[in-house]
Design a protein around this ligand. Sequence first.
Ligand code: LLP
Length: 424
Amino acid sequence: MFENYFFYKDGELYCENVPIKELAKEVGTPFYLYSKKAIEDKIKSYKEAFKNYPTLICYAAKSNSNLTLLKIFQKNDLGLDTVSAGEIYKGVLAGFSPEKIVYAGVGKTDREITYGIDKGIFSFNVESGQEIDVIDYLAGKLGKKANISIRVNPDVNPKTHPYISTGLRKSKFGIDIEEAVKVYKKAVKKKNLNVIGVHCHIGSQILDVSPYREAVEKVADLVFQLKKDGIELKYFDIGGGLGIKYKPEDNPPKPKDLADLILPIVKETGLQLILEPGRSLIGEAGALITQVIFTKNKKDKHFIIVDSGMNDLIRPSVYDAYHHILSVEKKNKDVVADIVGPICETGDFLALDRKIDDVERGDYLSVLSAGAYGSSMSSNYNVRPRAMEILVDGDKFFIIKEREDYDYLVEKEINPFKNLKNKI
Ligand code: LLP
């Protein structure tokens, strides 16, 4: 199934040409493991699908903002989709030109907006009338002009998990599409703004592309209406959202399926296209490698207790998400088990009632499709250092994020007290 980048050879799981067991023994667990080839192949498939139309592919940093991974996208000429000044900061550090950085989010603070204007980012994707006023005001204060696109909410159901459906009217995102003309008319009057485009993002992990057509058609109608009203835009940003394979039977759409569906409509508008894929570029390229600490049989259940939990990968707990899990060494026998972490919560699991190789204490497991929203959503809950991150390139591997240590975890708490008279 995920055979291209994570595959068995003589009963042992490899990432590209690196045997995962040997690597795990050398560096310790848990760690995130990424295949460079997988990332580059995904980039190629997007570029190939959209090569005949002017398109800027902005990698969604929120899916995984490791600097080395950002650098791979930057070197491949992608832009960056961000949702905080922190992500802009990391993007610039990784070498992205600010002219290729777009910035969305319903709650940009004055500090973050000022930072973006100062850096000269490509576009603020604005999500409310108030935000337009504030960006205009802050740009004026800096004596600069800010580029904006307006994020419209097309009220389309992306048929995915409700927590990651963003294009429905009831969600907090964007401006209702019916209000958009009014808002554009207001925005173009602002002295310190260039109104350059329109943005929408309907949701994430989309496995059936048809909602994209509905959304793009609605937004295209808006573009035509604006043209009639004398407002000419340059960019049509359709966000991200393409789904990936989590279950062996999943058959996710390819970038080409998206291109075939939307390009004919986008072409009619004459606008340049912007895409913001995250998961579909990095998700399948990554796995979380964890070690079995204990196994135990309770009356009704077998438990496999591993050394990574919801602090490393929260998706199963939050979205009830399925991640396929493989034993790093194939076994001859299966069991049905809950694979759980060491955290003091019942919701701390990687899989429930899962048929899996009958692993024992000391064995390793590989949690697949964990490249997106894995490390980027990890936390230090239970004062657990965040996992190491490793990139594989052929038969070589590179540590691209060290494992956090306890000193690092307490640093920000101890330092402020140094200058206080009444120390704890
Ligand atoms: N653009 C915007 C404005 C977004 O809000 C998102 C994701 C993307 C692009 C990238 O979407 P993607 O291509 O990765 O689907 N934590 C959740 C996913 C949250 C997605 C948030 N927005 C999860 O683990 O499934």
